[in-house]
Design a protein around this ligand. Sequence first.
Ligand SMILES: Cc1cc2nc3c(=O)[nH]c(=O)nc-3n(C[C@H](O)[C@H](O)[C@H](O)COP(=O)(O)O)c2cc1C
Length: 189
Amino acid sequence: MKVLGVLGSPRIGGNSDILLDQALAGAKEMGAKPEKIILSRKKIAGCLDCTKCNETGICVIKDDMLEIHKKILNADAIIHSVPVYFWAMTSQMKAYLDRWCAFFDGNWAWHEAYKPKMKGKKIGLITVCGDPNVHTADPIVHSFKSTSEFSGLNLVGVVQVSAGQKGEIDKNEKAKNEAYGLGKKIATP
Ligand SMILES: Cc1cc2nc3c(=O)[nH]c(=O)nc-3n(C[C@H](O)[C@H](O)[C@H](O)COP(=O)(O)O)c2cc1C
């Protein structure tokens, strides 16, 4: 099983990164092959709504997202880890998510060619916010949950934690265990 980890924080070694590594380690324990993508190290422009992909299934923007599209298609599960920036997901994660547009036709159904790979694909989500109330990240959860319900993805689990300083979450064994557990769960056939 291929498990893709997608990091939406630009802070390498930060809280989302630490928890994503935990989740990927959990997936590995179950025999999965993990791969991590750090979005801030990629060139990913925002969707132009040019609608070309509605016919072709291929995005016209020639940047790093084209390779990531292929990795998404080939992954059995994708775990996203992202902090809250101004009560929403980071711009890196939003640009990435908007570019999923390429998988859909003009009626917002999966392109026939992609449907077998996308329908029921397992999705995981980890959110981090500086606010002590983990529900500050609920708008991000809403976005992934609605996208999953709308398109038939399988949102397997969500982990929501609070941490502010870089790497602070490393001391939070409960949060790390939850992320590890998400990785194990998502990699369970
Ligand atoms: C530009 C920016 C905006 C932020 N906005 C929020 C916010 O609206 N609510 C919140 O709880 N934390 C906010 N934070 C704090 C981060 O969510 C927090 O520091 C988190 O631990 C960062 O995760 P990371 O280490 O994975 O990058 C913001 C941080 C930055 C840099």
